[in-house]
Design a protein. Sequence first.
Length: 335
Amino acid sequence: MAERKVLSKYYPPDFDPSKVVKGGGSKIKNDKLPTVRLMAPFTMQCLQCAEFIPKGLKFNARKEKLEETYFGVAMVRLYIKCSGCKHEITFRTDPKSNDYKTERGAKRITDGWRDTNDPRFKDETEQETLDRLEAEAGEDHVQEDKMAELEDKMQDSKREMQVADALDEIRSRNARIERNEAAEKKIVTQKEEERPFIELKNGLGKYYFNSKEEMERTLAEDKLTAWRAFHDEKGNRIKRDHDGKIIKRWTPEEEAQGLHLLPSKSEQKAKPVPGLEDEIIDDNYVPDTRTDDQILADIMGQASDSEDSTAQRMRAMKKKVAAKKSGQAAKRQKR
């Protein structure tokens, strides 16, 4: 059993610490390279056994960093082994062409998309590379200018189309408005030409008739309709509700006495509304006992009056109403 606590160790006189290999035992130089996991960047064929190594096949490769650089970009050499014969294959990175180059152990299978005449895949000096990059940058700038000019032209054409559409819409709207105005003017002109030659004015407005007979007939019918609204078939005075039903009748004698003008019991009980005047009571009122034919004949005779006579009757009616109101006020004062 070995000693558990080693208090002292022996070093021979010829001991050289620099010759001691760390890691336990001697190893070859390639073993010191780091191992990385990668996929084959291109399709290749082994020169030892003619085995094809497809692109994308995974390997455990040793990576060696080279001293040379390309515009400050470091270059790397990679070591892999053939999957068939374990023959060593090496390839390196090529920053100039943004690709890889085979060095030994295999040959690259040419890709169909690669242009062998492309200067990027040929050896060129640094000056040639700079000239080529400047030329490519100039071409890109010219291409960008052309694209910008094309975009500006497209925007201008689009703007012109929008303006043209807006103008067409405005023109069509104006034309439609002009057509409508012309049609309305034509209709108004036709109405003015066809206007009746008889014009009648009263307190309700202005009316036109095609003939004198039509005016007389219309006035007679209106007056008869108004008389029938307050009289029944026998000529009695009546009172209707909001639905048009007869709720009360007065005989011609009662109408002559003015009883139809007196308020009803419900109206007497109701509170007076401020601002409303009492009903007009005329002791000299005489009921109209004429028949429908007599009323129609009288209306036909009155319809032949001129416009001035109609205005005079309206003024006389207003004076009569004012006199009735003054008489009613005098009666209330006597009470």
